[in-house]
Design a protein around this ligand. Structure first.
Ligand code: UT7
Length: 325
């Protein structure tokens, strides 16, 4: 029986200062601003400095989310970090963030669900809160994909960027009902038969190296639209809601054409879609909280709005979530 619901108390994000434009990309690989914009909608992406890591960026996003929530690190008893690019193979980068923000209680761990990581982390933290096992949680997505890109492969290196986003979830009594703030529903899926279409060709237990990202982009593209659409239909159905109830669609920012394909298929009006793909590129697990923070900061997403999130990535792992802000 649900005793608590997870309310979004604050959101924060961090982007590295260094920006790479499509023209900068064209100096490295055989590509053009026109190709990248037409096929993906991406115009630029942020790239971490040598001194910046997944944990350092995640910690900064967490500090900003805590400030927005009016809470301190000592109020948090759980950190779930979604990342595929940890600082080290172990310990979990979540524990490095725990130390960086000065949190000396509770527990912290990483979740690896690649581009869907934020949705997996959100659902995980929500479960702990709903069961009363955590009171206040930080859900963070932070990635330094620039470190796992093959910078000679034009089919992948132009697509990704670095960054971090964080959400503070606060446990409040009662289940999330109609109109009440909180995580309403989430739906997670994976299907390992497709792991060869998007993966990193290295790891501690195989090559003993970090490896580089490999993707058969056009096949991932096709699966993305179908799987994301069905996850959205499922989460809306579970919540007994329709697309018309959704105030804002905050998708994973992989490709503008995927955002538009899904919106068209489900009848989501263009003006309700939050898109940061042009400015950030694909920041994997960080893309949803980065987009969420951008739309809260510019005043579009307000308290009480119903937000629909979705993502698909390596695995495949995918899902959707509904949150009343
Ligand atoms: O976040 C995780 C999930 N990831 C995604 O959802 C990504 C899904 N996939 C995509 O977004 C798209 O498939 C891409 C943007 C990766 C590629 O777009 P596409 O329209 O599917 O292109 P394609 O892979 O079918 O390639 C078309 C052509 C090829 O040339 P040929 O064989 O037709 O001569 C590629 O070699 O475009 C070429 N190409 C490029 N040309 C210039 C591929 N990358 C580039 C490039 N610049 N950067």
């Amino acid at each position: 029986m649900s005793r608590f619901r997870s309310v979004v108390a604050g959101v924060g994000s961090y982007l590295p200062k260094k920006v790479m434009t499509n023209d900068d990309m064209a100096k490295i690989v055989d590509t053009s601003d026109e190709w990248i914009r037409q096929r993906t909608g991406i115009r630029r992406r942020h790239i971490a400095a040598d001194s910046e890591t997944t944990a350092s960026m995640g910690a900064e996003a967490a500090r900003r989310a805590l400030k927005a929530a009016g809470l301190e690190a000592g109020d948090i008893d759980l950190i779930v970090l979604a990342t595929t690019t940890p600082d080290l193979t172990f310990p979990a980068s979540a524990t490095i963030i725990q130390s960086k923000i000065g949190m000396v209680r509770g527990f912290a761990f990483d979740v690896n669900a690649v581009c869907s990581g934020f949705l997996y982390a959100l659902a995980t933290a929500d479960s702990f809160i709903v069961r009363g096992q955590a009171r206040n949680a930080l859900v963070i997505g932070s990635e330094t994909f620039s470190r796992i890109l093959d910078w000679s492969d034009r089919t992948t290196c132009v697509l990704f960027g670095d960054g971090a986003g964080a959400v503070v979830l606060r446990g409040e009594p009662g289940a999330p009902g109609m109109g009440e703030r909180g995580v309403v529903h989430s739906h997670l899926r994976s299907d390992g038969r497709f792991c060869d279409l998007l993966y990193v060709d290295g790891g501690p237990s195989t090559t003993k190296t970090v490896g580089h990202l490999r993707m058969t982009g056009n096949q991932v593209f096709r699966h993305a639209i179908t799987n994301i659409s069905s996850a959205i239909a499922r989460v809306l159905d579970d919540a007994a809601l329709t697309v018309m109830d959704v105030d804002w669609f905050v998708p994973h920012q992989a490709n503008q054409r995927i955002l538009e394909g899904v919106s068209k298929r489900l009848g989501i009006p263009e003006e309700r879609v939050i898109s940061t793909v042009a400015e950030h590129g694909n920041t994997s697990a960080a893309s949803i909280p980065l987009a969420l923070d951008a739309a809260i900061t510019d005043g579009r997403i307000k308290r009480g709005d119903l937000v629909l999130m979705e993502a698909l990535g390596g695995g495949f792992a995918w899902g959707a979530a509904l949150v009343r802000m």
